[in-house]
Design a protein. Structure first.
Length: 384
């Protein structure tokens, strides 16, 4: 589990998206967590990224709809202001709501036109097959995780058929936050896919108990620009139809409400994550759910900075997965969604030794999440 990929930097050097075969963000400067972008505001582009060596098999920039984003704060009393308040939406009635995700700083998931594509990690990290079940912690410095200890977590595999007839599959995680809604990282779904496959109900992906369904649509934050702004606003909502959601009836809805104490390293020095990502940077994806404790080092309104714990942490393929903190009674709350991981500054390696990562802070996006869900429930055709 040393896996979260998303912070590659200089010459492949500081940040990598922690997703899968379909994502290995380009090099870029690490983002300062102390002053991240506001939840509903596009961050200023990061400093000019270091040039990355060409990667064979790089995916061409996705075609299709270019997100239209209202980047200004809504005027009081405007449609945008009303839509930002689910209660206000309900008051005016669904028929009066203008069907535009842009009013919520949201869009159908795709990289903006002209944005640098997210390269595949297959050619870089060999994320092409699953490992046999892992015993012990020797390989990844992570522990096998019981599914019940990580409520709401599922595997996400965006898939598309290539012109050659082969199937390209992404590898990320997601977490259930409503009966029909899951949260993941925007970089996990910013390419055109034929299917957004969701796998749940089993810690082992090969278990007969594993249930497979698909999401009908993905809605990304309008301020997400991929490498162009160092993966700021890296958050997306997956919408399932009632029939699709019923296939995962046993997956609980995760708790995402406010934490008992203010979210800060002094109150929550550690968190926990789990996933099915790479067991090492040039290794294979794990077949079993693996977990790791992480040190919480800084918290900003839009991002949570973490550090590996005892050499264990996230890696490629863990993107979109939840970060949990626990109350005294053991109750877990999801506070973040894995976005990127940095290199080990001493060795330059990814997913090895002491290294840092970044989760999108859900507490900074609560209003956005609630408003998008309310809008899509009222105007499903605008979100399909």
């Amino acid at each position: 589990m040393k896996r979260v990929h998303l912070l590659a930097a200089a010459s492949f050097a500081a940040l990598l998206p922690a997703c899968d075969l379909v994502r290995l963000p380009g090099a870029g400067e690490a983002v300062e967590v102390a002053a991240p972008a506001a939840a509903n505001e596009t961050a200023e582009p990061a400093a000019e990224p270091a040039v990355m060596e060409p990667i064979s098999g790089t995916i061409e920039p996705p075609e299709g709809e270019t997100p239209t984003v209202d980047r200004d704060a809504p005027e009081p009393g405007s449609d945008a202001a009303v839509l930002a308040d689910p209660a206000g939406m309900a008051a005016i009635g669904a028929a009066a709501v203008r069907p535009s995700l842009a009013l919520l700083n949201a869009a159908r998931c795709a990289l903006p036109e002209g944005a640098a594509p997210t390269p595949t990690v297959a050619s870089v990290a060999g994320a092409t097959q699953l490992d046999e079940p892992v015993a012990g912690i020797q390989v990844v410095n992570a522990l096998a995780a019981p599914l019940a200890a990580f409520p709401g977590i599922v595997k996400l595999e965006p898939r598309r058929t290539e012109p050659t007839g082969t199937v390209a599959s992404g590898h990320c995680s997601a977490v259930r936050i409503r009966a029909n809604w899951f949260l993941t990282a925007a970089h996990c779904v910013d390419q055109p896919y034929d299917e957004l496959r969701v796998i749940g109900d089993a810690a082992n992906l090969r278990s007969p108990a594993a249930r497979i369904t698909a999401a009908s649509s993905a809605i990304c934050h309008g301020g997400y620009l991929g490498t162009d702004n160092a993966y700021s606003n890296d958050i997306a909502l997956l919408r399932l139809s009632p029939e699709q959601a019923s296939e995962l009836a046993s997956v609980p809805v995760a708790r995402t409400s406010a934490t008992a104490k203010p979210l800060a390293p002094a109150n929550y020095p550690t968190g926990e994550m789990a996933g099915w990502g790479l067991t090492q940077f040039s290794g294979h994806l794990s077949n079993d759910l693996l977990m790791s404790a992480l040190k919480i080092t800084a918290v900003g309104p839009a991002a949570i900075a973490v550090a590996s714990h005892g050499g264990a942490g996230p890696c490629i393929g863990d993107s979109g997965g939840p970060l949990y903190v626990s109350k005294a009674d053991g109750t877990k709350t999801v506070v973040g969604i894995l976005s990127v991981v940095e290199q080990n500054r001493a060795t330059g390696q990814f997913c090895a030794g002491e290294y840092n990562g970044r989760f999108t802070n859900l507490q900074g996006y609560t209003g956005w999440i609630d408003a998008v869900i309310a809008f899509c429930e009222a105007q499903p055709d605008a979100c399909n």
